[in-house]
Design a protein around this ligand. Structure first.
Ligand code: AMP
Length: 216
């Protein structure tokens, strides 16, 4: 499947994407995960992106398009991909459209995960993430704690609160989302490929996506 997952930070895009990869071998592509990996490894990209990320601001479009142009041409994308956290601005959506046209790739649909702001705020302040860039498993101190406190069940690395998950940065990220990313729903609605799904539980979201794609 070839999908874009739209939704505010904390809407559950990452969790849903991970569940969908298990269905048909499509790969999850999260620009946030790629950027956090680059910051941790101290690469040029990471150095450029870090300040924007810690403030809760978006990283400039040209850096993001550089990442995505290379990533979408890697061989594992041939099985399908789930774009999680990208595109985030209208210029990114337009650049993606041109890129996909050039590569001869057609999207199946764009899923818009709809979650009330109070739910998002609660989820993000209680969210914890595996610090290993290769893993980045998501936990929640209330609803899904790791078996051993502070240690990832999957890879044993420390489970941490992200630098951009302080109350101040979260509030900034939600404002940025409303201003820059929410308009993408209309962009894709006009393209005729948008599906709105109320994101109450990840299982319901995944089942709805499967139904719409005609997968049993
Ligand atoms: P995420 O994990 O998707 O919430 O992303 C974390 C942070 O990485 C965001 O707050 C942005 O600073 C940056 N980021 C991730 N994806 C993008 C994107 N498509 N465009 C611009 N900045 C991004």
């Amino acid at each position: 499947m070839k999908l874009i997952l739209l939704g505010a930070p904390g809407a559950g895009k990452g969790t849903v994407a991970k569940m969908l990869t298990a269905i048909d071998g499509s790969v999850q592509i999260s620009t946030g995960d790629i950027l956090r990996g680059a910051v941790k490894e101290g690469t040029e990209l990471g150095k450029k992106a870090q300040e924007y990320m810690n403030r809760g601001d978006l990283v400039p479009d040209d850096l993001i398009m550089g990442i995505m142009e290379a990533r979408l041409q890697e061989p594992d994308c041939a099985n399908g991909f789930l774009l999680d956290g990208f595109p985030r601005t209208i210029p990114q959506a337009e650049a993606l459209k041109a890129l996909l046209d050039r590569l001869g790739i057609q999207l199946d649909m764009v899923v818009n995960l709809d979650v009330p702001r109070e739910v998002i705020l609660d989820r993000l302040t209680t969210r914890r993430t595996c610090s290993n860039p290769e893993c980045q498993e998501i936990y929640n101190v209330k609803s899904k704690p790791p078996k051993q406190e502070g240690v990832c069940d999957k890879c044993g690395s420390p489970v941490i609160q992200r630098d951009d998950e302080t109350e101040e940065a979260i509030s900034k990220r939600l404002d940025t989302y409303n201003e820059k990313t929410a308009p993408l729903a209309d962009f894709y609605r006009k393209e005729g490929i948008l599906v709105d799904i109320p994101a109450t539980s990840s299982e319901v979201v995944v089942n709805t996506i499967k139904e719409k794609l005609g997968i049993a």
